[in-house]
Ligand binder design. Structure first.
Ligand SMILES: O=C(CO)COP(=O)(O)O
Length: 301
């Protein structure tokens, strides 16, 4: 079986397995072969590992000058090749970013209109985003759900429309602190997932971003185990409600207080396929460190 430098293979085994020096709690490695101990990627589902994906969500931050400085930092950063790297500037600066950032980095929008453009004051259409070279859109972010009031069904429709026009969708899900404390984390994220699943015809261009709301902008990052537990649940939900193939192929990335100091530990978890980064994506060198945490997934034998 061919193994390329840009893909690893997961060969899942069910726990328990003997503890060896080269093991962490979820996986061990031999060259490009990846042996997963995750029940979510079982032995019979041998599949190429999804490519690591790191997005920088700049939110409503930046000026022409600060963005120009950030682009200079990103353009000179050494980024591991085996990672999809995406930045999401505010709409107003997309053109500036597109015309000055390295082709290595793709552009995402932070939102898009639910259908074709027209008389929708203040909105930006998918067609317009494509026109200026945008490849991705972040949808269902908790700040749009909880501050602006966007609902599951509306978000699902946006995702379906963006996908139908050829944009990739970074589909956010995540629970509030009180929902976690009430033991409702899985109910909430499954309901959010169902709204996407009911609307989208295909998951080919979807990256799921699990962003617990209590971890966003708070400095309280989820522990690697907390994030892994939810990512496994998401993958299991996809297996049962969409297909085993979609469950195995879809990138599930984590967001919420990710920084250059915690990304490597999080990246070791077998079901964490990358990150959606807020505050730390505004600093070029730190964002590069987070992108490069993909190396902690690859331990040469
Ligand atoms: O909301 C986020 C990314 O979309 C995460 O934000 P922080 O990394 O600032 O916590």
């Amino acid at each position: 079986m061919a193994v390329t430098s840009t893909s690893s293979l997961y060969i899942g085994l069910r726990r328990p397995v003997p503890k060896l020096e080269s093991f962490d709690s979820h996986s061990f490695f031999h060259s490009n072969l990846r042996f997963s101990l995750s029940p979510s990627r079982p032995v019979f589902a041998m599949a190429a590992s999804p490519k690591f994906f790191v997005g920088g969500n700049w939110k409503c931050n930046g000026t022409k000058d600060s963005i120009s400085k950030l682009i200079t930092e990103l353009n000179s950063a050494k980024l591991e090749p085996d990672v999809d790297v995406v930045v999401a500037p505010p709409f107003l600066y997309i053109d500036q970013v597109k015309s000055s950032i390295s082709d290595r980095i793709e552009i995402s929008a932070q939102n898009s209109w639910v259908g074709k453009g027209g008389a929708f004051t203040g909105e930006i259409s998918v067609e317009q985003l494509k026109d200026v070279g945008v490849k991705w859109v972040i949808l269902g972010h908790s700040e749009r759900r909880h501050i602006i009031g966007e609902k599951d069904e509306f978000i699902g429709k946006k995702a379906a429309y963006a996908l139908s026009e050829g944009l990739g969708v970074i589909a956010c899900i995540g629970e509030l602190l009180q929902e976690r404390e009430a033991g409702k984390t899985f109910d909430v994220i499954f309901q959010q997932l169902k709204a996407y699943a009911d609307a989208v015809p295909s998951w080919d261009n979807v990256v799921i971003a699990y962003e617990p709301v209590w971890a966003i902008g708070t400095g309280k990052v989820a522990s690697p185990q907390q994030a892994q537990e939810v990512h496994v649940a998401v993958r299991d939900w996809l297996t049962k409600n969409v297909s085993a193939e979609v469950a195995s192929k879809t990138r599930i990335i984590y967001g919420g207080s990710v920084n250059g100091g915690n990304s490597a530990e999080l990246a070791k978890e077998v079901d964490i396929d990358g990150f959606l980064v807020g505050g730390a994506s505004l600093k070029g060198p730190e964002f590069a460190t987070i992108v490069n945490s993909v190396t902690s997934k690859k331990i040469a034998a």
